[in-house]
Design a protein around this ligand. Structure first.
Ligand code: SF4
Length: 358
């Protein structure tokens, strides 16, 4: 029993550590390093929620672990399924705060599942304050640990197996938060996903609002996953008006261009620009021409997204006529372009709609 002279020491959260860190943790408590690898298997591959389940660890070690360490978990507190079979889960963190995760099934014409994509959150809320985004309206509250990001994917992978008979095929970091503001944990979580769930890095996409310094760091760290950039406007004036992050010279379009070129030169990879279509804001012919110029910075493609109106904002979605004209201008300029239709709208699971009561 701790006394006022002996305050209780904080327990180590093992669910925030990756394989090499678990090996180091094992060594730090006088255990052989392979115990760390056993812990990795139990925590991430088998999803153990208690040390008692780890039956190939000696009983005295399990007891000791229960005294000095803990397994941080996220708990699903609500689940909704949309008419298009998109699923949105609400998870509670140990802090009591909540995050949302979405499983998006994509079907062939004959009804077979083509892709099962999980959209994960990397933060509670977001500090970037994009004017059209429900998460941005919440402000920033907390960074997620690598284990909390991983657990969202693992949970949705199990759900996908139950509902669709197979595991997830893609992960996108496009839920709540700016992933590159939680750089270390996001990087670690992508390694956990590839290692423990056996998902190739090319199946993972991290999306950023365009933090130039971090994009350079991704290139220097040789991050193997795909990079998407939420552009949403092709000039500084328009972008700064709706995305405060663009108002700094460290993250304006010139800085972004240099970072994207560095990224491409170093990795040889292309980038995807996400572009939400807002009526009368960024959907005109001049915008399409300016966007085509941005796309020439480096090999890339454009994903046009049909916007889902968010309560408390002035933004509405473009119409089909403007969308088609926009696409034609881009195609004429030889830009690779795809259109992403909204999914899960009836449960507020679509892009820009994720927000929970903080
Ligand atoms: S769009 Fe992304 S970066 Fe912008 S406020 Fe929303 S979550 Fe944050």
């Amino acid at each position: 029993m701790p006394t006022s002279q002996q305050p209780e020491l904080a327990k180590s959260n093992l669910k925030a550590l990756e394989r090499t860190e678990l090996e180091a943790f094992a060594a730090s408590i006088g255990q052989p390093r392979f115990r760390g690898r056993q812990l990795f298997k139990w925590l991430y591959e088998k999803g153990a929620a208690s040390f008692d389940e780890m039956t190939d660890l000696p009983a005295d070690l399990r007891e000791r672990l229960a005294e000095i360490a803990e397994i941080g978990t996220i708990t699903e507190v609500m689940q909704q399924t949309a008419t298009d079979k998109t699923v949105k889960s609400l998870f509670e963190l140990p802090s009591g705060r909540k995050i949302e995760t979405v499983l998006i099934p994509d079907f062939e014409d004959d009804g077979r599942v083509r892709r099962l994509t999980v959209c994960v959150s990397s933060q509670v809320g977001c500090a970037m304050g994009c004017h059209f985004c429900a998460t941005g309206l919440m402000g920033f509250h907390e960074n997620l640990t690598a284990g909390q990001i991983f657990d969202q994917v693992r949970h949705m992978d199990s759900l996908a197996r139950e509902r669709f008979g197979r595991g997830i095929s893609n992960v996108v970091y496009m839920g709540m938060g700016e992933p590159l503001q939680n750089y270390t944990n996001v990087m670690k979580s992508t390694r956990l996903i590839t290692e423990a769930l056996d998902l190739a890095p090319k199946r993972i996409t991290v999306s950023t609002v365009g933090l130039a310094r971090r994009i350079r760091q991704l290139a220097d760290d040789e991050a193997p996953f795909n990079l998407a950039i939420s552009l949403h406007a092709p000039t500084d004036a328009k972008r700064s008006a709706i995305m405060p992050v663009n108002r700094s010279e460290k993250t304006d379009l010139a800085a972004l261009r240099d970072a994207v070129q560095h990224y491409h030169n170093k990795t040889g990879k292309s980038v995807t620009y996400e572009y939400c279509m807002f009526k009368d804001i960024n959907d005109g012919p001049g915008d399409a021409k300016n966007l085509a110029r941005v796309v020439r910075w480096a090999p890339s493609k454009v994903n046009l997204i049909m916007y889902n109106p968010v309560e408390g904002t002035k933004f509405t979605s473009t119409n089909e006529v403007a969308l088609n004209a926009f696409i034609k201008t881009l195609v004429d300029a030889k830009v690779r372009v795809t259109v992403r239709r909204s999914r899960g709208q009836d449960i507020d699971a679509a892009c820009g709609q994720l927000a929970v009561e903080a």
